[in-house]
Design a protein around this ligand. Structure first.
Ligand code: ADP
Length: 166
């Protein structure tokens, strides 16, 4: 089983094997955590993303971390939340699973996730957090030892801590 750590902080500062980027389908950068990751990694990250030709919602693609302390960035476009009846839970679960698969394939022992879809994509925090924790918890890890949920702000930290206790 994977160890779960819940922290408050800026994911771009974490010296883990891979950080996850809540990207959009173009993989060409955006706002929120995506913008922060591209700024911190440097322009090489965009150059590495261009030939990937985008990514479908719920899937994931990997690049080096360039100027980041993390070795890799795993890019995953989360679902845009409508009403929860358009496959959003399955797609969000698939994001976490696809990222964990890529982390394993690349020999990562430590991976940090932001709260995918919980910013401009509008996913209700409690529901998204429950999916994040459950998907990591039941993941059949081989090489992966630790997953960090990196919460941006105190409120998100509380939501994760409450969900983890349940
Ligand atoms: P999405 O489009 O998937 O909703 P956002 O980037 O808008 O992605 O938000 C995803 C989450 O990432 C939000 O909870 C937001 O507060 C958080 N976030 C923004 N910047 C950072 C950062 N530097 N480190 C960690 N999390 C961040």
């Amino acid at each position: 089983m994977v160890e779960i750590e819940i922290i408050q902080g800026d994911i771009t500062k974490l010296a883990v094997d891979a950080i996850v980027n809540a990207a959009n389908c173009s993989l060409l950068g955006g706002g929120g955590v995506d913008g922060a990751i591209h700024r911190a990694a440097g322009p090489e990250l965009l150059q590495a993303c261009i030939p990937l030709n985008g990514c479908e919602t719920g899937k994931a693609k990997i690049t080096p971390g360039f100027r980041l302390p993390a070795k890799f960035v795993i890019h995953t476009p989360g679902p845009i939340y409508r009403d929860g009846l358009h496959g959003e839970p399955e797609l969000l679960e698939s994001c976490y699973k696809s990222c964990l698969d890529l982390a394993e394939e690349n020999g990562c022992e430590t991976v940090a996730f932001p709260a995918i879809s919980c910013g401009v994509y509008g996913y209700p925090w409690e529901a998204a957090t429950e999916i994040a924790i459950r998907t990591v918890d039941k993941y059949p890890a081989k090489c992966l030892k630790k997953v960090v949920f990196c919460c941006f702000g105190e409120q998100m930290l509380k939501v994760y801590r409450d969900a983890y206790r349940k």
